[in-house]
Design a protein around this ligand. Structure first.
Ligand code: FRU
Length: 455
């Protein structure tokens, strides 16, 4: 077991594995009152042959850890994928009174010369705990190297299901009635994309605004020199039952989060709200984060919405479900109540909020003179564990607001992960920080009003 942990950084509301490594959330599905979370997992605190970790929750904030759901087999490692609740038993895997959960994942097989073969497989569970792999796997055979991360979604036109898959520099759509036999129905990309990197972990879903349906395509862009590692892009448009058509409103990459610790996010299938969860880390430095026996955590589940903004038109907004767990807001006299709290700051014009500890480490965030929301973690705590983490690029982040004038900043701080939401979540920053000692003080430079709430 690794001894790299500096102190206990384990967050309370953000999901972590009991021990070992996690990356992408997988198989997010709501069934019979329970949210299922699976995750890319290796039992040691570093990446290795991938399994699916499994946990369930009724409130998305407290999780029961279950046995590993899927382990590597002769088709390869179990890479990212999704799950659906097959209530009508179209797959035929169900038994009387027990509709199956059906998971679709990428079987990833390493081959000679740094190459890999990626194909799609399925598995099902009748009790929501033990999974059986389908003997007819792979259901989408391929010899391709980058062909992964299937995200299932109900097809409103053809009925049954569709799946969107990342295929190098584009996504592909397939449709099926029984989750076993798939027919290709369309593609999107590479035209229309302005970001660098290999395409990973897509998702496609509708949101409504003023009675109008808009389809949102999420796409995680694999790390490379140009995009500085791993961010999640989004597009808006329509879906005709076969393929996604982008409305072309954006002329540059638009990311769901301006921080560097929200990657591979996808939404829960079958949930009453459109809930997004991502991996709250970044491939560039994930392996070196100083957390000890576990490595990696998830973002807070975020309820997504569309917001019509004055400066940016239609934007993806959102709020974390943890908002429901915090008690009433109290005025803040400058002393922070421990390592789990929600800070709300309201003002207009430039402001810099700082959280600090007795070692003089400071996490700053606010709105700058150019009407940009910013987070600066350059002095926030330990950063010598990884040369990239300490680099300016990953330390100071800013993104222009889609509003002018009054603002409200909401920061959820949870031991070593913080999520900042501005302007109804149309700007969000998810960041990990590793202060050597807890932050005890909060201060504002320009007199904005601060309140705090605790769980
Ligand atoms: C994204 C990703 C996926 C892949 C998985 C492997 O973070 O690279 O594309 O399925 O991680 O762990």
């Amino acid at each position: 077991m690794s001894t790299k942990g500096l102190r206990d950084f384990r967050p309370q509301l953000h999901f972590t594995p009991s021990a070992g490594w996690i990356n992408d959330p997988n198989g997010l599905v709501y069934a019979e009152g329970k949210y299922h979370l699976f995750a890319q997992y290796y039992p040691e605190p570093f990446w290795g042959p991938m399994h699916w970790y499994h946990a369930v929750s009724t409130d998305l904030l407290h999780w029961e850890h279950l046995p590993v759901a899927l382990a590597p087999d002769e088709l390869g490692f179990i890479f990212s994928g999704s799950a659906v609740y097959d209530r009508e038993n179209r797959s035929g895997f169900g038994q009387e009174g027990s509709p199956p959960l059906v998971a679709m994942y990428t079987s990833h097989k390493n081959q000679e010369g740094n190459r890999a073969q990626e194909q799609q497989s399925i598995a099902y569970s009748l009790d929501g705990v033990r999974f059986t792999k389908y003997p007819g796997n792979p259901v989408l055979p391929s010899a391709r190297q980058d062909f992964r991360d299937p995200k299932l979604f109900p097809n409103p036109v053809r009925k049954g299901w569709s799946v969107v898959l990342a295929a190098g520099d584009h996504v592909e759509f397939y449709a099926s009635q029984d989750l076993k036999r798939w027919e290709k129905t369309g593609e999107f990309g590479p035209q229309g994309n302005y970001s660098q990197g290999v395409w990973e972990c897509p998702d496609l879903f509708p949101l409504t605004i003023d009675g109008r349906e808009v389809w949102v395509l999420l796409l995680s862009m694999g790390g490379n020199e140009e995009n500085h590692g791993a961010r999640t892009q989004y597009f808006t448009g329509s879906f005709d039952g076969d393929t996604f058509t982008c409305d072309g409103r954006f002329t540059q990459p638009e990311f769901i989060d301006a921080g560097f610790d929200n990657y591979a996010g996808v939404t829960f299938s079958g949930a009453p709200e459109r809930l997004l969860m991502g991996w709250a880390c970044n491939w560039t430095y994930a392996h070196n984060t100083p957390t000890g026996e576990y490595c990696g955590q998830m973002t807070l589940p975020r309820v997504l919405s569309l917001v019509d903004t004055p400066l940016g038109g239609l934007r993806l907004g959102g709020a974390p479900v943890s908002d429901r767990a915090f008690g009433p807001a109290q005025p803040l006299d400058g002393t922070l109540p421990g390592e789990l709290f929600k800070l709300t700051v309201t003002g207009s014009g430039a402001e810099s909020v700082s959280l600090s500890n007795e070692k003089g480490q400071v996490l700053r965030f606010g709105v700058d003179g150019n009407n940009q929301v910013f987070v600066d973690r350059s002095q926030a705590g330990a950063n010598g564990f990884d040369e990239n983490f300490a680099r300016d690029w990953y330390s100071r982040m800013a993104a222009p607001r889609f509003y002018q004038g009054d603002w409200k900043l909401e920061l959820t701080f949870d031991h070593s992960v913080c999520e900042l939401f501005a302007d109804q979540g149309t700007r969000a920053f998810t960041q990990v920080v590793y202060p050597d000692q807890p932050y005890t003080r909060a201060a504002v430079e320009n007199g904005s009003r601060m309140t705090v709430s605790v769980v």
